[in-house]
Design a protein around this ligand. Structure first.
Ligand SMILES: [Zn+2]
Ligand SMILES: [Zn+2]
Length: 182
């Protein structure tokens, strides 16, 4: 069974076909977009770690065929593989920016944070919470590097390449480390 799936994966890559995450249909183009449908939690990448998938109304990025886009009410656009990777890169960047905003100060608005602690950084005030946030950010950065490699391997230009150096400056400016450069 496993061997069969492996062969299928290789063939999908060679044929440059995309796979519907919901029903596994193949196509040259897929609808890539967002849905809040709880049923989509079963296959959405972002919900891998969701413990309760029965009522997840998070905004989920999915890649689906046209019939499935209708079923899961996906707000998206029909794109080829390169278009899909560009959207996924965008999503990854968006999540990293949210992480920056949080580290830069959103955490201070939490009701448990004492007023006098607001001048400090998150790793000083709550090392546990920082570690949690930091490992989430590391995972996003690893994902970013994978997406980056995909564009490089195919000699396709990376959309808005300047984003990366701005991100690195922001993170380093706050005194934290990043996998995306120095
Ligand atoms: Zn489908
Ligand atoms: Zn979820």
């Amino acid at each position: 069974m496993q061997e069969l799936d492996w062969n299928k994966a290789i063939n999908d890559i060679l044929s440059e076909k995309m796979t519907c995450q919901a029903c596994n249909a193949l196509g040259d183009e897929m609808i890539v977009g967002y849905t809040r449908s709880a049923e989509a939690a079963a296959f959405a990448q972002r919900c891998r770690d969701c413990t309760d998938k029965t009522d997840c109304d998070a905004r989920k990025l999915v890649v689906v065929c046209e019939p499935c886009a209708r079923i899961y009410r996906v707000n998206g656009e029909k794109v080829d593989e390169t278009g899909m990777m560009a959207i996924m890169l965008d999503e990854c960047r968006h999540n990293l920016e949210e992480s920056i905003d949080y580290l830069a100060g959103y955490w201070k608005e939490d009701a448990d944070i004492e007023y006098d602690e607001m001048q400090k950084s998150l790793d000083e005030v709550d090392p546990e919470l920082f570690k949690e946030e930091d490992s989430w950010r590391m995972r996003l950065e690893e994902e970013y590097l994978q997406l980056h490699r995909w564009f490089r391997d195919r000699h396709r230009p990376i959309p808005d390449p300047g984003w990366r150096s701005q991100y690195v400056e922001d993170i380093i400016g706050m005194g934290y480390g990043t996998l995306l450069g120095d």
